[in-house]
Design a protein around this ligand. Structure first.
Ligand code: SF4
Length: 64
């Protein structure tokens, strides 16, 4: 599984970082980005929660 933040949609609230700080970070521009690597198993649930609760629906999950 991988996660991707749509930078055109992200509003930089940082909720995803609070929910899953191992995968999401805020860049210097104030928007979120996800680690490029495969998401660690231990973080899968919190990534799903972050995607579900993103106010802008900016987080896409690639289950592959
Ligand atoms: S919760 Fe959504 S809108 Fe907020 S910083 Fe994360 S990806 Fe961006």
């Amino acid at each position: 599984m991988r996660a991707h933040v749509d930078s055109d949609v992200c509003a930089g609230h940082g909720d995803c970082v609070a929910t899953c700080g191992t995968v999401f970070t805020l860049t210097d521009d104030g928007y979120a980005e996800a680690i490029a690597d495969e998401i660690p198993l231990a973080a899968v649930e919190s990534v799903r929660a972050a995607a579900e609760h993103c106010p802008e629906h900016a987080i896409n999950i690639d289950e592959g």
